[in-house]
Ligand binder design. Structure first.
Ligand code: DNO
Length: 346
């Protein structure tokens, strides 16, 4: 595996030189943040980003994400123009030598939590999710501040978007996903890019919106939509793992070489559709991180792997889930597990 870290670009207080000091760190996972979803990424901007990362002694191991605009998910105009732009972006990324591209197919909202700074017993702060609290939230009231929230929507736009999705059943969303994949996967193949869909987080419907990338059976269906090695997964243990029916090590073993990117983090299930983001250490949450890492080892995983969200510890402030300290501890823990598994398999 290639140990990697997410970096949010020049505005990220967690700078490349800090990331470089984490033992064993080789990769950066990043994106171009100032181009609206749907528009093509110019080659020059990609090349400049790549140069910056390489000048810090690191390498871009995955792009996370090239966002899929809502018109593609809804299957409405200007879907085809956006798909052409997406293909241009993939061609430009391919030309720059990028090997893995992440995206998701969650309607309107990316990852969603009910609280971003919940105090845990040890004094650290974590992101948590409680279904009753999310149910009580009104996305249209405009006063929510969630990490996956696209604040660029006006209230009226959000209203229109939410009502457009009233027409979109889960089956319709599958159709729109298939349409998109059939267009872009051949381009990814030509460019030697592995596309990696991120599972829905949490893996169930929120605010009445359909969500389909939620568990083992649906992942199987997804991979068959276009049965190509270029059509793969960004397997996120923390997203899938909050549903106790999702056996993460079994999922890794089943999809093996179709997993192109690994997000490895722990969560603690606190009730039905309720969870806290825990420290990476197995005993702090509900997932067995050793079994997860062992499954990656056994399937011969060689792609980028990143510690995922961290708690806020030692007084750090910053982007919820994306501070330096706890993610660095997570990286070190993953390294430790990996070394032990490697050595015990000699
Ligand atoms: C959250 C992330 C997601 C992910 C996107 C991929 O921390 O894992 O926001 O980047 O869903 O498109």
């Amino acid at each position: 595996m290639k140990l990697s870290f997410r970096w949010y670009g020049d505005d990220d207080p967690v700078t490349l030189d800090k990331i470089k000091q984490i033992p064993g760190m080789v990769g950066i996972v990043t994106a171009i943040y100032d181009i609206p979803a749907g528009e093509a990424w110019p080659y020059e901007k990609i090349a400049a980003l790549k140069d910056k990362v390489e000048a810090a002694g690191l390498k871009i191991t995955a792009i996370e994400s090239v966002p899929v605009p809502e018109a593609i998910k809804l299957g409405v105009e200007p879907r085809d123009r956006y798909i052409e732009n997406y293909k241009t972006t993939l061609r430009n990324l391919g030309q720059a030598g990028i090997e893995v591209v992440t995206y998701n197919f969650m309607p309107v909202f990316d990852w969603t939590r009910s609280e971003l700074d919940h105090k845990l017993a040890d004094g650290s702060e974590a992101l948590i999710y409680r279904e009753d609290e999310v149910k009580a939230m009104n996305p249209l009231s405009g006063d929510l501040d969630l990490p996956g929230w696209d604040t660029s929507y006006t209230k009226a736009e959000l209203n229109d978007l939410m009502s457009a999705y009233q027409e979109i059943s889960p089956e319709k969303l599958w159709d729109n996903l298939e349409y998109f994949l059939k267009e872009i996967i051949p381009v990814a193949e030509e460019e030697n890019i592995k596309m990696a869909i991120h599972p829905d987080d949490p893996p169930w419907s929120i605010f009445g919106l359909p969500r389909i990338i939620v568990g083992q059976e649906n992942l199987r269906r997804f991979l068959k939509l276009v049965d190509s090695p270029a059509n793969g997964l960004a397997l996120c243990s923390g997203s899938l793992g909050v549903n106790p029916e999702n056996d993460v090590p079994a999922i890794i073993r089943e999809f093996g070489d179709r997993i192109h990117f690994a997000h490895v983090r722990n969560i603690k299930i606190t009730g039905d559709k309720g969870f806290e983001e825990a420290a990476h250490l197995s005993e702090k949450g509900s997932l067995d991180m050793y079994e997860i890492m062992k499954a990656y080892y056994d399937v011969g995983f060689e792609g980028p792997m990143r510690p995922d969200h961290g708690r806020m510890i030692w007084g750090e402030t910053g982007k919820p889930g994306y501070g330096l300290y706890d993610r660095a501890l997570g990286a070190t823990y993953l390294n430790g597990l990996w070394e032990a598994i490697q050595k015990s398999n000699r």
